[in-house]
Structures are given as structure tokens and as C-alpha cells.
Design a protein around this ligand. Structure first.
Ligand code: NAD
Length: 351
């Protein structure tokens, strides 16, 4: 007997020019007092929205991993202006701040993602305090509407696009072997990986190619759906620990760790690896993921990102202490070995 129990996803509007649909989507939800949230780089899109929405308030600074003080300030603004809808424009950092506010106030979210992170589809929130990142699930933080406009991703720098795309791929990879992922969740993940593996090299070669950008955002949407419907394994635990305790950059860390996490898990989940290999066009998915990262100039070593060799053992302890499930039972020795390989950055099995 198999039982899968996942909430249906949000309403999705997808397509070039979809930003213009946001005011109509806001009216559909019927709020009166919008709080508009966007980071510095997403400001031009937020300005366009502000002209059509006349928000009651705006937040123009967001920060990665949602520092507790940023969340507290946002909650205060939302309460002051009696916001009844949060509209966030940006990557996972803008969405994350909206989620932190929604978690405390119950105010609904309309998300306009501009990276490939996938947070817009999940009920997962994150908060960082005192060097520790905490995450949890709460249906109130899952956006009600998501508006995907590939035109907004044309300005996403090539190096952010590459790393963010691999962050999306990582969600789908772990969904392929998640014990609780429904068949349609795995299908979404496989489709997302296939689309992104083809689209990312084109995006990196021609960042202004709207067709490639459209494919990449569609792939990210599928990968985000996979993330929303599955419990993530050791790859996400490692990236979470490195981000929270060592301040490592989110998407780039995912890009580096993924081939090594796949290499460690592959003997334990052959069926998932066969699907992953099919989506990547390779019978060695760990190497294929490393090759994809190298081809799109994404980072391939943790050393390159500033992670220090002497922190490997302590980080491995934190990963084990997190107590999360994974196809290969999580043990300190192989996690430390994985971290060393990711630190070094050699192609899996070539070291
Ligand atoms: P980000 O939101 O920090 O964006 C990365 C950089 O790109 C920022 O400087 C941003 O301003 C800039 N940027 C974004 N869109 C742009 C655009 N269109 N043009 C130009 N610049 C642009 O990074 P991210 O990787 O999207 O999100 C990372 C955060 O999201 C982390 O805190 C992570 O934990 C969280 N996250 C949460 C979930 C979840 O389900 N809760 C899922 C994925 C990521």
C-alpha cells in the first residue's frame, strides 16, 4: 500500500510578460493593503509593480537565509500597515522574508520569482539566528499564487543563473530518491532536470536568449514542484549546515556538493539513478552533474567558495546531528569524506 499526502500547489501564471498579470491576480485575491517586498537587484520590477498596485508599504532590503532581525523588522512593517497581502519579487531571499512575515501574521503571499531557487512552491520557511539556520514547514507560508515571468530572469547574472539552476536540479535529484515522493513528484523532477540540463548551457552562452531563459524557468518550476512534494536527503542537509553555520553562499554550495552527494548515494538507489542518468543523457550521473557544472562555469569546489579544510570534521558532525533520513544511512566518516572531496573539487571518482 502506498499513501501520498501532499497539499496541492499554488495557482501558477507562467509566460513572458506575466508581470503585467500581477495586478489582476492581486484583485482576484481581493486584498486592500499590499506589502511589496523586493531586494535591490529586483527593484526595477518592483517599481513597475508599485505603479500598478499602489502598495500600502514596501520593503527594499532582503538578505540571504533570512536573519532574525530582518524578519522582525518585516513583521513590524506588515503589522503597522495592516498588510493583507505580501507580494514578493526576487529570489529565495525575497520569498524567504515574505514567508517569515506570513508565518507570524498569517498574511497570504503572491510570489514573483526571479531565480531558479524554487522556494515559491514550498511550505518551508527558514530563519537564521546566532549562526544557526532553522527551517520548518507551515502551510501558511506557501504562496497562494506564483507568477513566473522569464523576462525578469534576463537580468540574472550568468554566474547566479548557473548556480541557481544547479540548486533547482539538486531539489529534483533528491526528490527522485525521496521515500515520500508521489509518482507525479518524481516525474516533475525528472522533467525539470532534463529541461535545465539542456537550457543552462544556452543561458550561460546567451544570457539574453528569451527562449533559453523561458526553458530554464520552466525547468526550475518543475524542480520546485519536486522540492515541494518530497523530503530532501543528505545533500540538502549538508548545504543547510554549510549555509547556516559557515555562511556559505546558498546556490553555489548546492552546485558544488551535488555531484559528490550523488556519488555517495548512487549504490543505494539504482532505480532513481537510472532515471537521473536518463535525464542527464549519461550512465554516470555523478560525473555528468560535475561536467554540467564545469561546462556552465559554476563553482566545483568548496575551497573556491571559502570553506576551510579544518572545518570539515565539525561540519560532518553537524550533518550527522541533524538526524535526517537519506538512502545511505548518514555516518560521520563518509560525510567527512564527501565534504573533503567537495572541498577539493575533483570530478567524482577521478581524485
Ligand atoms: P537570492 O534570492 O539571494 O538571489 C541571489 C542574488 O541574485 C541576489 O543578489 C539577488 O538580488 C540577485 N537577483 C535575483 N534575481 C535577480 C534578477 N532577476 N536580476 C538580477 N539580480 C537578481 O538567492 P536564491 O538562491 O534565489 O535564494 C537563496 C535563499 O532562498 C536561501 O536563503 C535559501 O535557503 C532559500 N531557499 C528556500 C527554499 C524553501 O523552500 N524554503 C528553497 C530554495 C531556497
Amino acid at each position: 500500500m502506498e499513501v501520498f499526502d501532499h497539499e496541492p500547489g499554488p495557482r501558477v501564471v507562467f509566460g513572458a510578460g506575466a508581470l503585467a498579470q500581477v495586478p489582476a491576480e492581486v484583485r482576484r485575491l481581493g486584498p486592500r493593503r499590499v506589502l511589496l517586498i523586493a531586494g535591490r537587484h529586483e527593484k526595477p520590477y518592483a517599481d513597475t509593480l508599485a505603479a500598478g498596485l499602489s502598495p500600502a508599504g514596501r520593503i527594499e532590503e532582503v538578505a540571504v537565509h533570512v536573519p532574525a532581525e530582518t524578519a522582525a523588522a518585516g513583521i513590524e512593517v506588515a503589522r503597522e500597515i495592516e498588510a493583507d497581502l505580501l507580494v514578493c519579487v526576487g529570489g529565495g531571499s525575497a520569498t524567504g522574508l515574505a514567508k517569515a512575515i506570513a508565518r507570524q501574521t498569517g498574511v497570504a503571499i503572491l510570489a514573483v520569482p526571479t531565480t531558479y531557487a524554487g522556494s515559491e512552491l514550498t511550505p518551508v520557511w527558514g530563519l537564521t539566528e546566532g549562526g544557526r539556520k532553522t527551517t520548518g514547514g507551515d502551510p501558511r507560508v506557501r504562496p497562494r499564487v506564483v507568477v513566473y515571468d522569464p523576462e525578469l530572469t534576463l537580468s540574472l547574472p550568468v554566474e547566479v543563473s548557473a548556480a541557481s539552476g544547479l540548486n533547482a536540479v539538486a531539489h529534483a535529484v533528491e526528490a527522485l530518491y525521496a521515500p515520500d515522493a508521489a509518482p507525479q513528484t518524481k516525474d516533475a523532477g525528472e522533467e525539470g532536470i532534463r529541461i535545465l540540463a539542456a537550457a543552462l548551457p544556452k543561458v550561460v552562452a546567451r544570457p539574453g536568449d528569451l527562449a533559453a531563459r523561458t526553458d530554464a524557468l520552466r525547468g526550475a518550476w518543475r524542480c520546485g514542484a519536486a522540492l515541494a512534494g518530497a523530503t530532501m536527503g543528505v545533500h540538502h542537509t549538508i548545504c543547510h549546515v554549510l549555509g547556516g553555520a559557515y555562511d556559505m553562499p546558498h546556490a553555489e554550495t548546492h552546485a558544488v556538493v551535488l555531484p559528490h552527494a550523488v556519488a555517495c548515494n548512487e549504490a543505494f538507489v539504482p532505480a532513481a539513478m537510472a532515471r537521473l542518468g536518463g535525464a542527464l543523457g549519461s550512465n554516470d550521473p555523478a560525473k555528468a552533474l560535475w561536467d554540467l557544472a564545469a561546462r556552465i562555469d559554476a563553482p566545483t569546489s568548496l575551497a573556491q567558495l571559502g570553506f576551510r579544510h579544518e572545518n570539515v570534521d565539525a561540519a560532518a558532525e553537524l550533518v550527522v546531528a541533524a538526524g535526517k533520513a537519506n538512502p545511505r544511512p548518514v555516518e560521520r566518516d563518509w560525510v567527512a569524506e564527501l565534504l573533503l572531496e567537495a572541498w577539493d573539487g575533483a570530478r567524482p571518482d577521478d581524485s
